[in-house]
Design a protein around this ligand. Structure first.
Ligand SMILES: [Zn+2]
Length: 274
């Protein structure tokens, strides 16, 4: 599932490939992929230029003059920029024809992604439940400690909750727990301010490293691969079951936390109990 760094990569890649270009025509092949009325969606976008590219949490925000196209890729959503007239692939649900001989195809095997039109002043209201961004100066150990106070949940569940910090998903939650040397099921209400300061530093470090890795993808991007934002990550624990911990050499184990596959080093990651 795309997390903040992947969404950031997709947004930056599309900015590079279609920034400033105008939508001339839209084909919606699977109407439920658009939230709201399909005709209104198309008339809001046709003849407008892509003028802004940004992100909030895992949402991509594409400004087209006076409207914002908000995209949540969910599990499998991805964009392809292809030459006009390229055959439509099986799971392509929307085609945006552009004024420079290219088409933007939205492809989604699971059909969980959503495209939605908002006015610029509706964004904050629509996304009001999202917590602070990882790089926001308000995202500090103090902030995390305050959010965690009296909550009866584990650290990984806390990190995945978009109401506290926006954009962290399953992969980076595991990496952040390892970076902070804390067991994913540590009781957040019992974690000290000093440790939350470490967690805040880890969140910023892991996310910025992932975005930097994604930047490599932008430079080597070819349209045939699609813009999924997936890239080769230098992960320490996630998907490394049975491999040696890079710090202590012990085997990385896989367990489940809140139903999510979770990877950790039992020797390095201290469990803070209730
Ligand atoms: Zn270890």
């Amino acid at each position: 599932m795309p997390e903040l760094p992947e969404v950031e990569t997709v947004v930056r890649t599309l900015e590079y490939m279609i920034g400033g270009h105008r939508i001339t025509k839209i084909d919606i092949l699977y109407p439920p992929i658009v939230r709201g009325d399909n005709d209104a969606f198309c008339s809001d976008l046709i003849n407008k230029r892509f003028t802004g590219f940004s992100r909030r949490g895992k949402y991509a925000l594409y400004t087209l003059e006076d409207v914002v196209l908000m995209v949540h890729l969910r599990m499998e959503g991805r964009f392809f920029v292809v030459d006009a007239g390229t055959p439509i692939a099986k799971h392509t649900h929307a085609v945006f024809h552009l004024d420079h001989g290219k088409e933007l195809h939205y492809h989604d095997v699971r059909k969980f992604g959503r495209l939605e039109i908002l006015r610029p002043d509706e964004i904050d209201i629509r996304l009001r439940s999202l917590g602070v961004e990882p790089f926001d100066k308000r995202m500090t150990g103090h902030y995390l400690k305050k959010m965690a106070a009296s909550r009866n949940i584990g650290l990984k569940t806390f990190l995945l909750d978009q109401r506290f910090v926006a954009g962290i998903g399953n992969i980076y939650a595991d990496e952040i727990c390892f970076c902070a040397r804390l067991h994913p099921e540590s009781a957040v209400a019992k974690i000290s301010l000093k440790r939350f300061n470490d967690i805040a530093d880890c969140i910023k470090m892991i996310m910025s490293q992932a975005i930097a890795d994604g930047g490599t993808t932008i430079r080597t991007y070819t349209s045939s691969l699609g813009v999924s934002g997936r890239f080769q990550l230098s992960l320490n624990v996630h998907m490394r079951k049975g491999e040696a911990c890079r710090v202590c050499g012990q085997e990385i184990i896989k367990t489940r936390v809140s139903g999510r596959g979770t990877y950790l080093c039992q020797r390095c990651q201290k469990r803070i109990e209730d």
